[in-house]
Design a protein around this ligand. Sequence first.
Ligand code: KPL
Length: 312
Amino acid sequence: MTGLFIRLGGGTMTIQVIGGGSVGLLLASFFAEKGFAVNIISARAEQREGIDTYGLIRQDNKTEKQKFAVTAKDRIAEESDLLVIAVKYNGLMQLYPLLTELPASIPLLFVQNGLAHYEEALSLPQHHIAFGSAQFGAQRENDYTVIHRGIGMMKLAIGRGDREKFASVMTLDSEIMPVSYEEDAEKMLLEKALLNCFINPLTAILKVKNGELLTNQHAYSLLETLYGELMAAFPDMRAQFPFEGVKRLCEKTAANTSSMLADRLAGRTTEVDTIVGAIIKKATVNGRQLPTLHTLYELIKAAEQLESGDKV
Ligand code: KPL
């Protein structure tokens, strides 16, 4: 991606999605389905060519594949009605300088996992900044095909600015893409990070799909231990976080490869620091230790180091 911006014309509401990963492609398909002009910003020429040639394909769990007309570009247009930032946390650092150059009026929606991006995003100059918490299952099959692996909430919360600027996100609300509005963005991100702490490290270490955490008795026992540990550290969360809710998420996304496992399998750096590391840090500030989660954190970091070939 370069530092230049192009200007898009036309009257239809334009939504740009930066990042052609599973979450970016899935959201792009739902926006396109609603009639928005969707532009996917991808740094990879092969991905842009794939999308130009075949369109954006979405496969919902049991239905046939559907094709959506979207455009794919390597640069962010200066004008758009919404900019969805769907790169992983690790990709944000190189994006921030580009976002800083964009007009302050462009509404930004950040859909990263974890907690680390919250303060960083709010230090950008844009007036309208929102956060999304994606609790659905999504898997990128190839550069232009995404599989909707499990129905789950898309939560939206305003970090700063005008809620109306994000009305397009609320229009996605449907049986297969339920969207809810949350009042407190930081709390929403914390809730999602906790959910990710239950599922992501275990599935990434065991190399299993989410549903296996319920059917493998040893994995289930670890899930229970993690739940007890995390709820002791964040007692305020217990009310909206019954263990049943954690089990339900595993059930709903049973066939999904968690994002942390997908990163491991693809040899990418995982989001363990922004999710697990950030939760451990938050608990430590509150004087709580998370020994099981800490062990999982070190295991993921060790695996990453082994896979990258780095030595201490
Ligand atoms: O957010 C997810 C992820 O994989 O990162 C869940 C909801 C756990 C689905 O796999």
